[in-house]
Design a protein around this ligand. Structure first.
Ligand SMILES: [Zn+2]
Length: 417
């Protein structure tokens, strides 16, 4: 018994050393065009990205290539950071009946949906997602399986169950809390269970019958309790906010991102609050518009919501890209379309939209030191496309290759397991 364990123990370090030697080989990626994600401007030409052990070590022009380097020649393509979807629900079905599906399916079914969703996102060039609502620990298991390379998928920041009031938005995901002390306990429970971000429902929502999307669910103090617990654990907080009252409370409480941010007033009109937008600009509180397909919601309402979002953006409130993938009719590969709508409807330039899904997204969700930009010290996560998405944003759909941690994980539309 002991002997066998000792021998197995001897083998492990040897195998690990061999693997490390394989990974240690320098890879050089030659990029015809490079969008590095650090700012919302600039395409550079003919660069080389050096990658060691899954991490970018430098980006250089006209380099002398080391003789033992493995070279990936992408001189006819555009290389950009792997995309970040700041708002997904990996265990939701994205069918027309997403709510019904999550209500009747057990955790094993949800987990299998998550496995498929993760592959789907990866194929579209999404190498990081922030999951803002699953049930129990299912999304944590999924995230960990991806981290251990058991299954293919993007890096996952997972909130687990969102914190909501009794009977509030998404209460069926199992985490109701009322009052400052209870919110604090709920946040601690999620962090203990493995959450690496938190989600709190600042207003009601469309998906949950009987909730009020126009009104705040929580006071500033209640949301601040979650923010305080998150800070202790070095994670960020996302607040679901449709109505202006709830958005105001969440911004004041110091959350990192406002999800949807539709500025709905108490009387159902769109009620933009300039002071709140100024506070967002100062605190760098990003909003995640989750605009979805152009036909939703009803055209006149959508027009006014878009108008409010444009005002917030003009004031300087940062935008981070997210799709709400997993809810009804929002597939997991829809981030490129979301960026197209940001360009056509919100008036962002293609490079600003790309920034919202790369460098700015990473900053907003607290992982800017790890992913989102192509510079030394960041994970070698890249999306390679034909054409030039800085000119035509829809070129993001022409995925040629996806690289995660220095390894090619998608080629010609196929996930390489
Ligand atoms: Zn959502």
């Amino acid at each position: 018994m002991w002997d066998r364990r000792t021998r197995a123990g001897d083998v492990v370090p040897v195998v690990k050393a061999q693997l490390r030697a394989m990974q240690d080989r320098t890879t050089v990626i030659r990029a015809g065009r490079l969008i590095d994600g650090t700012t919302a401007s600039g395409v550079r030409r003919d660069l080389a990205i050096f990658v060691d052990s899954g991490t970018i070590t430098r980006v250089a022009t006209a380099p002398e290539l080391p003789s033992d380097a493995e070279v990936i020649d992408l001189s006819n393509s555009t290389v950009l950071p792997g995309l970040i979807d700041c708002h997904v629900h990996l265990v939701f079905s994205a069918s027309a009946y997403a709510l019904g599906d999550v209500l009747v399916e057990d955790d094993q079914q949800l987990l299998l949906r998550g496995v498929a969703a993760a592959r789907h996102a990866l194929r579209a060039g999404i190498t990081t997602v922030r999951d803002l609502g699953g049930r129990g620990g299912v999304t944590f298991r999924l995230r960990d399986a991806i981290d251990k390379d058991l299954i293919a998928g993007p890096r996952v920041l997972a909130a687990g169950s969102p914190i909501t009031i009794t009977g509030g938005h998404c209460h069926f995901l199992g985490l109701e809390a009322d009052g400052e002390a209870a919110v604090r306990v709920a946040a601690r429970h999620q962090l203990k269970a493995g959450a690496n971000c938190l989600k709190i429902m600042a207003t009601g929502g469309h998906m949950t019958p009987g909730t009020n999307r126009k009104r705040a669910q929580y006071s500033v103090q209640e949301i601040a309790a979650a923010v305080d617990e998150a800070a202790r654990a070095h994670v960020t907080v996302a607040a679901h906010g449709l109505g202006t009252d709830g958005i105001r409370n969440a911004v004041q409480a110091g959350v990192n991102t406002i999800e949807h941010c539709q500025w709905i007033g108490a009387d159902d009109s769109v009620s933009f609050d300039e002071a709140v937008a100024h506070a967002m600009a100062e605190r760098r509180t990003a909003f995640v518009p989750t605009l979805g397909p152009r036909q939703r919601p009803a055209p006149d309402v959508r027009e006014r919501i878009i108008g409010a979002m444009r005002q917030a953006w003009a004031i300087g409130a940062p935008i981070a890209a997210g799709t709400d993938a997993g809810v009804s009719n929002r597939p997991f590969d829809s981030l490129p379309q979301e960026l197209e709508v940001m360009v056509s409807d919100l008036g962002l330039s293609p490079l600003e939209a790309i920034h919202a899904a790369t460098g700015e997204a990473a900053r907003a969700i607290g992982v800017g030191d790890k992913v989102g930009t192509l510079q030394a010290g960041r994970a070698a996560d890249m999306l390679v496309v034909d054409g030039d998405p800085s000119v035509r944003i829809s070129d993001l759909r022409s995925v040629r290759m996806v690289i995660k941690g220095g390894r090619t994980v998608v080629e010609n539309g196929v996930v390489l397991d």
